[in-house]
Ligand binder design. Sequence first.
Ligand code: ZN
Ligand code: ZN
Ligand code: ZN
Length: 377
Amino acid sequence: MTDPPVTPVAFTEQDYAARMDRAARDAAATGLTGLLIAPGPDLLRLCGYRPATPTERLTLLVLAAGSEPRLLVPASERPDAEAAPGAGALRISAWGHGQDPYAAAAGLLRPHGRYGISDSTWAPHLLGLQEALPSATYRPLTTALPMLRAIKDEHEVARLAAAGAAADAVYEEILSVRFTGRRETELAADLAHLLRRHGHSQVDFTVVGSGPNGANPRHRAAERTIAVGDMVVLDFAGLKDGYGADTTRTVHVGAPTDEERQVHEIVRAAQQAAFEAVRPDVPCEEIDRVARGVIEDAGYGEYVVHRTGHGIGVTTREPPYLVEGERQPLAPGMCFSIEPGVYLPGRFGVRIEDVVTCTETGGRRLNTTPHEMAIVT
Ligand code: ZN
Ligand code: ZN
Ligand code: ZN
């Protein structure tokens, strides 16, 4: 059965204007003159524009507080840029045949400006800008403004919720699929197929970690044949209508042992405690500490081998990271995974992951399937 296609609420010109305005103000607050955004996830989110094909021809969005957003494009791509949903919120200019695109870009910049530049900018473009405007300085957005995309507006949260609901439907369906005697790669293909059937246009990964393979948090899927008695970590992520889902449940084939039940329960309790700690102004690292604390208190601290979570939006992995040392406070509109796990080398692993959004009053889960250990056949 295929779900009826549900068209998401379209982002408006006002949505894009608000995102660009916030980005320019955030840049100014960190001491930057402005932001230079090349094609990629930042450009798409800020103004809704994605060139049909990435090329070596310069496309650049220039944002600066107090100035009108400017988008510089090759002349032949101007009609495409003008058709972007956020085009009405910015001024488009084009560079033509025989013209130096970097000279055209320099005309939009301050000669001694300090600019944050998007990570997806191709090296020739940055080198061209440096040559055209040698007194300006450039910093990568990863370090200059890591939280650029961290706070989502309500329409973005709605898309993340829809992507999460589709992933939840995939999980509910995979529970009735046969596990015993099938390879991890076959189950992984089932998950990918189900994600697409439930509306995901891009599948980022489908992890199936059975038995000892589940004890490696970087495992994807291998040729191992799943057998009765296996714990199986199922972790899958993709994009639906441009926004991500990423969820993990750990199931068991047949009846689990007491120890398997106990470890699963510890991870469930850690996930729940971390979720309950979510509220505005709590530092990201505190969510990580809460999850770890539950697992350490239960005596499994040495088997926690990765951070507790990561942000999600137009990509399935982005800031903020829920990890020791990240003092960034949570804020309403931030969306991130909470995915504690316990990994017992050579034996099995357990991970439980939901995407959560921070609201004014606390956390709200965007994955809602049960956390109890499901038994599969
Ligand atoms: Zn078992
Ligand atoms: Zn995941
Ligand atoms: Zn994740």
